[in-house]
Design a protein around this ligand. Structure first.
Ligand code: C2E
Ligand code: MG
Ligand code: MG
Ligand code: MG
Length: 290
């Protein structure tokens, strides 16, 4: 009935508000109690079998709820502006990874750390200074830092975003377009934005083995990025068949559960004592908690 419908809407709205309020409390508690955790997921060069870099992915450690994934809190963090202090705490864990003796011993001395930027941060005029200060504080060269921005972050003001990204690149920081192929996928952005790398979204990879039409789309997007001479990373790769297919297409860099889930640095060093599996089918490093 009409009345029932109205009750339903206001109830779900209340529930939504409760969730948002809860997320905000989680964030504030994490900020107050140093509960921000940096998880790392390798971006694997499948030709050399080494990690080209690691994406820094945020988790919140809550005394009651344990580890909380970004799906629960990132949107609220962005809307409230709390993403900036969270991100500062993340950077203070992510940048030391670049100089960690265990990491250097296992992965060499030129891997990257890749951090996500929200649209609000991207449009903040102090961002570059903050990043340069963080690099200096942790004694890391800017060239080992990569930022990931999404199409939607750029969409609100592409001209301004372009200028900001150009300035970052001039400072030696690498720029990646994240989640390409999700959302609006403005192809124009691929030519107009100053990019080093395009990360192709997981949604384009999903079910690619069973849906031939999806395979055509993924192949075309990969080919386009290659023609534009952007570096290409394919995200969300979960099986060996997809690795093989991508390698045939000339894709070099892959990020996905097939190689590793995001995990804390100490666990990563332990898990990858041995070289990454390149030839053996099913040799997936899939047992870590994500
Ligand atoms: P993203 O930047 O696209 O990061 C990749 C996400 O895909 C991660 O989820 C990762 O765990 C997941 N993933 C990677 N490989 C696979 C796979 O093979 N299969 C599946 N099913 N998933 C895979 P996570 O860590 O939950 O992060 C979700 C999103 O939250 C990120 O997507 C990013 O947009 C946002 N995020 C995470 N950390 C930060 C941060 O520090 N700042 C900002 N602004 N956003 C962040
Ligand atoms: Mg990302
Ligand atoms: Mg992504
Ligand atoms: Mg994503």
């Amino acid at each position: 009935s009409d009345v029932g419908t109205r009750c339903y809407y206001s109830e779900s709205l209340r529930q939504w508000e409760r969730q948002q309020g809860h997320a905000e409390q989680l964030i504030r508690a994490a900020l107050a109690n140093a509960g921000v955790r940096c998880f790392l997921q390798p971006i694997v060069d499948i030709v050399s079998g080494t990690a080209r870099g690691f994406e820094a992915l945020m988790r919140l450690e809550d005394p009651d709820e344990g580890l909380v994934n970004p799906g629960t809190f990132i949107e609220v963090a962005e809307r409230t502006g709390l993403i900036s202090p969270l991100w500062e705490m993340l950077m203070d864990q992510a940048l030391p990874v670049l100089n960690d003796p265990g990491m250097l011993a296992r992965f060499g001395d030129d891997f990257l750390i890749s951090v996500n930027l929200s649209s609000r941060q991207l449009m903040d005029s102090r961002l570059l200074d903050l990043m340069l200060a963080a690099c200096e504080r942790h004694a890391v060269p800017q060239s080992r830092l990569q930022v990931e921005v999404t199409e939607s972050a750029v969409l609100s003001d592409p001209v301004r975003a372009s200028r900001i990204l150009e300035r970052m690149r001039a400072a030696g920081i690498q720029v990646a377009m994240d989640d390409f192929g999700s959302g609006y996928s403005s192809l124009a952005q691929l030519t107009s934005l100053p990019l080093d790398t395009v990360k192709i979204d997981r949604s384009l990879v999903l079910d690619v083995d069973t849906l031939p039409r999806k395979q055509h789309v993924l192949a075309a997007v990969v080919a386009l990025c290659q023609r534009l001479e952007h570096g290409v990373v394919v995200e969300g790769v979960e099986d060996w068949e997809t690795v093989t297919m991508l390698r045939e297409w000339g894709v070099r860099e892959i990020q996905g559960f097939f190689y590793a889930r995001p995990m804390p640095m100490a666990q990563l060093i332990k898990q990858f004592e041995l070289p990454l599996p390149l030839a053996a089918a099913g040799a997936s490093a899939n047992d870590a908690a994500g």
